[in-house]
Design a protein around this ligand. Sequence first.
Ligand code: 2BA
Length: 109
Amino acid sequence: MKLIFAIVHGDDAPGLLDALVRRGYRATRINTAGGFLKESNATILLGVEDDLVDDVLALIQDNCQTRTQFVNPLPPVMEPGEFYMPYPVEVQIGGATVFVLDVEQVIPL
Ligand code: 2BA
């Protein structure tokens, strides 16, 4: 069995969860935030049999879009009289960042 962690955009999470549940998967959503942009995103956890991992990855790919976003870099330390105009930097936020881990045991108590 595998545990899939999929970090996805918050806007993509409801559609992805619907698609997963329609196909019979059990999933848990955790509201998370990215360390770099500090914006909320969603982490979807799923425990699945090994032979279903590819199917889940395909569903994630179908339901999560890549987006570009502009962020303002932090201004450097300024001396009095200096002028600094920060230019926004473009970052690409992936459709999803997915981790697949081996599961040793599942214990429903
Ligand atoms: P954030 O950390 O907010 O990152 C958002 C996007 O900003 C990233 O998109 C990437 O394009 C860019 N970025 C992140 N760190 C950067 C840095 N140090 N320098 C320049 N650009 C940087 P994604 O790579 O698609 O990641 C989307 C979200 O997935 C991340 O949000 C984070 O919540 C999660 N994530 C990505 N890689 C991860 C990892 N190795 N471990 C844990 N979480 C991860």
